[in-house]
Design a protein around this ligand. Sequence first.
Ligand code: CP
Ligand code: NVA
Length: 311
Amino acid sequence: MPGKLHGRSLISSKDLTTDEYAEVLHTAVILKRQRRSRTPNLELTGKTLAMIFQKPSLRTRVSFEVGMTQLGGHAIYLGPSDIKLGARETTEDIAIVLSRYADIIMARVFGHDIVADLARHAGVPVINGLSDREHPCQILADLQTVQEKKGRLAGLHMVYVGDGNNVAHSLMYGCARVGMSLTVVTPEGFEPDAEILADSVEIGRSQNATIASSRDLSASVKNCDVIYTDVWASMGQEAEADQRRQLFAPYQVNESVLARADAECVVLHCLPAHYEEEITYEVTRSRNSAIFDQAENRLHAQKALMVLLAG
Ligand code: CP
Ligand code: NVA
């Protein structure tokens, strides 16, 4: 019998309920175990994933494509020059046509409206593989990693340091849903979206989690369980990179920041990293770092998502 997630899309990290996060993460654990023991799982045999990319990618592209192969299906890469999203034909027509061929669509786009529009017009599940506003697949892998390292999610305190960007926004919703408190520490003027903050504060309250924005890195990281950072200039913001480097310099995750956190604090970074900018190489290679488990978990978490949406 198809589950509650069957046929749905994942556009925002808000889209999943607390129970649905648990279901995706539980499925991801099973799929990871099967992969480790080389137990085949061909639940998506004969299915096709269409992957639209307006921006570059290593992890998202490879983990989705490999994931589909491992599940017995097939993935098609549609790069920026292939379908020319927004230039050659309408998003609506692309969604309708792709739905006649593919069983799932994944899209990495600039404007969040584009992926929302794809989902509105597609007859198959659409997965947001990163937009300027959110990165929900990343957060599934992040939560899986924290769960592995800490044995739980609810009741922990994560501190995200850096730009109030797409990753921060999805973390706010994801942490709120699973009952993990989150402080987003940014320089002035780079705070997360006010609407997402208000919304996630509200969701968090119902799960006994505090979602907050702050400028005080030192006070925020004191005894925290997880420290997370991301690049200071995201894809599409390259022209601002030099200016941001100055403004964000006091917000680097380094040994002295890590020393204020709990001794067993887990360090996360979605990657790609700009070493010695948002994080030191030393911290990423410390015993606290889980950044490569986190990257691996993109594979398992997304396989779980695809099985639940389209299996
Ligand atoms: N973290 C992440 O989404 O990586 P890519 O940009 O390489 O896909
Ligand atoms: N915030 C980053 C995440 C990369 C995975 C970006 O959008 O470029």
